[in-house]
Design a protein around this ligand. Structure first.
Ligand code: FES
Length: 409
C-alpha cells in the first residue's frame, strides 16, 4: 500500500508539484532501504536473463537430418535431454553457433550460421545447414559420423551479421555464394513470421544448378510473400536450364538490375573468392561503407594466396612456447596453418568462436617472435596492436614464437 502511494507521489501532476515530488525520491528510497530484508538476495533476474540469452555452452542432439543437395545437409538440433540445456537461446537472424567437435582426438571449433528462424528457437530447435567441403577436415568427419541422436556441443548464438533497425535500411539486399545462403534463409523466415520488419532481395550465386541450396523453399517463399521476398539465382556454369536465372557472376549490372542500391543495406556472405569479386563490384556503386555488412567467413583456405605472406617460410615448421594458466608447453607450428590450428593440434584449446579475428575470444599475447596477420581478418583494436595482442585464428607463425593464451571456461 505504501509503495503504491510512493508511486502515486511521482505521477505527473503539474510542473511545480512534479518538482516537489522529486524531492521525495531520496527520502522514499531511504525508507525502502530501511524496510528491506537484510537477507542476501539469492536470485538476480537480470543475470539469469543474460545467461539464458548468452549461454557459454549449449548441449544439443541431432533430431533430424535432411539432404538439401548432393553436398549440403540441414541438421535439426534440439536440447540434449540428458544435459542441463533445457531451452535454446534466442538469437537474431544471421547469427551463428560455434560448434565444438572432437575429430580424431583433436577438439576443434567451427562457426555455422543458424538457418532456421529465431522463433524456431522458442519452439525448441535450431537448424544449421552445412556444405561438404573438398578435403574439409571437419565436414568429412560430420558426413561420416553425424547421425540422428548424435550429441553436439555449441556456443550460444554469436556474431554481428544481423539486421539492426537503428542502423540498417529496411530493404535488405543479400549477396550470397554457396553455403552463404544459410543466414539469409534465417532472415527470410524471420521476415515472413514478422520477427524481422524488413524486405529481402537475395542475389544468390552458385556454380551449378545442382549446387543451389533451398531452391524450392525460396521459390515458395517468393510466391507466397512477393512483397517481402525476392530471389535471383546467378549461375556461373555454361549451361543453364532453370528459368529466370542470370548467368555469370554477381556484378554491378546485376545488382543495379534487381535492386536500388542507395536505398538498401547490403549483407554479403559467401566464400572468400566471392567477397573479393563482389567487393570490387560494390565499390563501383560508391555506396557509403555503413550500407555494406559482411559475414566473417572462418579461417582463410590458403594463406599462400595473400600476396604479402612471406613465401620463403611456407615450408617451415616453427617452435612455439605456449603459456596457458600455470603451465607451459612447447609445440610445433606450421607456417601455413593458423596459430589456433597449431594449438588445437597440441590439445591446447583456448576459447574460440568465429575463427576469423572478429569475436576476440582467442585474443592472446605475443611475447616473442613474429606472426603474419591476415589483413582481411585483422579486427584488432589500436591498443591491442600497440601492446602485442593478436588473434591466433587470424595469425600465422613466421618465426619461433612465445605466446600467452587464455584458458577456456
Ligand atoms: S576465434 Fe574469434 S577472434 Fe579468434
Amino acid at each position: 500500500m505504501n509503495e503504491e502511494k510512493e508511486k502515486l507521489d511521482i505521477t505527473i501532476k503539474s510542473n511545480t508539484r512534479d518538482l516537489f515530488a522529486f524531492t521525495k525520491l531520496v527520502p522514499n528510497r531511504k525508507k525502502r532501504f530501511e524496510r528491506a530484508s537484510s537477507d542476501p538476495i539469492t536470485k538476480d533476474p537480470m543475470n539469469e536473463l543474460a545467461v539464458r540469452l548468452h549461454p557459454n555452452r549449449q548441449y544439443l542432439v541431432i533430431n533430424e537430418i535432411k539432404d538439401e543437395t548432393k553436398s549440403a545437409k540441414t541438421f535439426k538440433l534440439t536440447p540434449d535431454p540428458d544435459s542441463n540445456t533445457k531451452e535454446l537461446a534466442y538469437f537474431r537472424a544471421g547469427q551463428y553457433l560455434s560448434l565444438k567437435v572432437q575429430v580424431n582426438g583433436v577438439m576443434i571449433t567451427r562457426p555455422y550460421s543458424i538457418s532456421s528462424s529465431p522463433s524456431d528457437a522458442l519452439k525448441g530447435f535450431y537448424e544449421i545447414t552445412i556444405r561438404k567441403e573438398e578435403q574439409g577436415f571437419l565436414t568429412e568427419y560430420i558426413w561420416n559420423n553425424w547421425r540422428k541422436g548424435t550429441k553436439v556441443v555449441s556456443s550460444g548464438p554469436e556474431g554481428y551479421f544481423y539486421f539492426e533497425p537503428l542502423r540498417d535500411l529496411k530493404q535488405i539486399v543479400g549477396i550470397a555464394g554457396g553455403s552463404g545462403i544459410t543466414p539469409f534463409r534465417s532472415m527470410a523466415k524471420a521476415i515472413i513470421d514478422d520477427t524481422l520488419n524488413a524486405k529481402l532481395t537475395l542475389l544468390y550465386g552458385s556454380s551449378d544448378e545442382e549446387d543451389i541450396i533451398f531452391y524450392h523453399e525460396f521459390k515458395e517463399m517468393e510466391k507466397n510473400y512477393p512483397s517481402k521476398i525476392k530471389i535471383v539465382h546467378v549461375l556461373s556454369c555454361d549451361v543453364v536450364s532453370l528459368e529466370g536465372c542470370e548467368q555469370g557472376f554477381i556484378s554491378k549490372d546485376i545488382i543495379e538490375k534487381y535492386c536500388n542500391p542507395p536505398s538498401s543495406t547490403f549483407f554479403v556472405c559467401g566464400p572468400q573468392i566471392m567477397y573479393e569479386f563482389v567487393e570490387a563490384e560494390l565499390k563501383k556503386l560508391n555506396l557509403p561503407t555503413k550500407l555494406i555488412r559482411r559475414e566473417a567467413f572462418g579461417e582463410v583456405k590458403d594463406i599462400l594466396t595473400f600476396p604479402d605472406f612471406p613465401k620463403e617460410v611456407a615450408e617451415k615448421t616453427f617452435k612455439m612456447k605456449v603459456q596457458i594458466g600455470n603451465s607451459c608447453k612447447e609445440v610445433p607450428a606450421i607456417a601455413t596453418e593458423s596459430v589456433l590450428v597449431a594449438l588445437e593440434r597440441a590439445h591446447i584449446n583456448p576459447p574460440s568462436k568465429c575463427r576469423s579475428g572478429e569475436c576476440g575470444f582467442c585474443r592472446s599475447l605475443l611475447i616473442d617472435g613474429k606472426v603474419y596477420i591476415n589483413p582481411v581478418s585483422d579486427w584488432r583494436k589500436g591498443g591491442d596492436k600497440r601492446f602485442n595482442y593478436f588473434h591466433p585464428c587470424a595469425s600465422y607463425p613466421i618465426t619461433d614464437l612465445e605466446i600467452i593464451v587464455p584458458r577456456d571456461f
